[in-house]
Design a protein around this ligand. Structure first.
Ligand code: AMP
Ligand code: ZN
Length: 135
C-alpha cells in the first residue's frame, strides 16, 4: 500500500535498522523498543492482520521469526522472548501492516501480565459452543 509506513520500510523508501531481508520477509528494530533488540518481522506484501494474510505468507513469517528470535536471544543474552502480534486498533495495533514483535525478556524487566477474569458457571460451555459454530 502506497501510504503504509511498513511497506515503505520494506522497499527501502523509509530508513530502518534492517536486520534481515529475503524475497518475502523484512525484519528491523522497533524504533520504540520494549527491551533492547525488540525486532519487527513483516511480509513485504501488504496485508493488515492475521485474518487477511495468506497461510503461505504466515508460514514464511513464523519461520523467519523463529530464526530471528534465536539470533536476538543469542545477541542480547536474554533468556526468553515474547512473540506478539496485535490485530486491529482495539487490540493495540498501531501500524495496519501485519507484523510479529520479537520482544527479548529479562528477569527484572518489570513487565506486568494482563489482567485475568473468572468464568461464571455454564459460561465456558456456552462460549465454546458459540465459537465452534463459527469454525
Ligand atoms: P503495533 O502496535 O503492534 O501496531 O506495533 C507497531 C510497532 O511499530 C510499535 O512498536 C512502534 O514502535 C513500531 N514502529 C512504528 N513506526 C516505526 C518505524 N518507522 N520504525 C520502526 N518501528 C516503528
Ligand atoms: Zn504495508
Amino acid at each position: 500500500m502506497s501510504d503504509c509506513i511498513f511497506c515503505k520500510i520494506a522497499k527501502g523508501e523509509v530508513p530502518s535498522y534492517k536486520i534481515y531481508e529475503d524475497e518475502d520477509i523484512f525484519a528491523f528494530l522497533d524504533i520504540a523498543p520494549n527491551n533492547y533488540g525488540h525486532t519487527l518481522v513483516i511480509p513485504k506484501v501488504h496485508t493488515e492482520t492475521l485474518l487477511d494474510t495468506p497461510d503461505e505468507t504466515l508460514a514464511k513469517l513464523i519461520s523467519a521469526s523463529k530464526k530471528l528470535a534465536k539470533a536476538v536471544l543469542e545477541a542480547t543474552g536474554c533468556k526468553g522472548f515474547n512473540l506478539a502480534q496485535n490485530n486491529f486498533e482495539v487490540a493495540g495495533q498501531m501500524v495496519p501492516h501485519i507484523h510479529f514483535h520479537i520482544i527479548p525478556r529479562l528477569e527484572d524487566d518489570g513487565f506486568k501480565f494482563w489482567p485475568v477474569k473468572k468464568y461464571e458457571k455454564g459460561q465456558p460451555e456456552a462460549l465454546i459452543e458459540k465459537i465452534k459454530s463459527h469454525l
